[in-house]
Design a protein. Structure first.
Length: 202
């Protein structure tokens, strides 16, 4: 990251850049890298496999294994080859039982197993804050060489336009070497207007 900007957008092309000194540390990107998460995941997978870790792509956890003392002892993956009516097809394979000394649940914001764990151990009982949910839309654009608006390493976040005043949201643009723009918006899912279309805002 070589340049960090936070902008308030207005209709008809007007805008106002907020000086970095007035921004909280959480939105500063100094020292960060602009990367592809897909490439990072692939690289991490290769590193993990080289250390003897088994990676099971496309296989989701379906059940939680509990030890006799009530602690988590692993997961059981989902069954394969089940017909719509619930019967077993010729390709049926039962789920795999995976036991572990430590189990990390990293399913995302609404993971089914994570929700069960949160309820089982009352993990949100004393929580100081609750999760906020949003929908994010992103495209990756390749720009022409020499484009005067492209600056590798530039990160820009913005708020306000095109969102209505009662909608929480913002947009971002990341300029990634050598010629890619990562452009997107995030809209909080607590908006009241059922006709609001995040895709049209994007």
């Amino acid at each position: 990251m070589t340049e960090d900007k936070f902008t308030i957008l207005f209709d008809k092309g007007h805008y106002f850049d907020i000086p970095n000194m007035f921004l909280p540390p959480s939105v500063h990107n100094n020292g960060n890298y602009i990367i592809s998460l897909g490439d990072l995941s692939k690289w991490l997978g290769e590193k993990a496999e080289s250390m003897g870790v088994d990676i099971l792509p496309g296989i989701a956890g379906d059940q939680i294994i509990y030890n006799q003392n009530g602690s988590v002892g692993g997961v059981i993956t989902g069954d394969f080859g089940i017909a719509k009516d619930g019967t077993h097809k010729e390709t049926f394979q039962p789920g795999i039982e995976i036991k572990a000394k430590q189990t990390i649940f990293s399913e995302g914001c609404r993971g089914s197993l994570t929700e069960r764990i949160k309820k089982q151990f009352e993990l949100e009982k004393n929580s100081a804050s609750f999760q906020h949910y949003g929908i994010g839309l992103k495209e990756v654009w390749r720009v022409a060489e020499g484009n005067p608006h492209f600056k590798a390493g530039k990160v820009q976040h913005s708020v306000n336009w095109p969102f209505p005043s009662d909608v929480y949201g913002g947009s971002f643009t990341y300029h990634m070497n050598p010629d890619l723009l990562h452009i997107g918006v995030v809209v909080g899912l607590d908006y009241k207007n059922p006709y609001l279309n995040p895709y049209e805002l994007f």
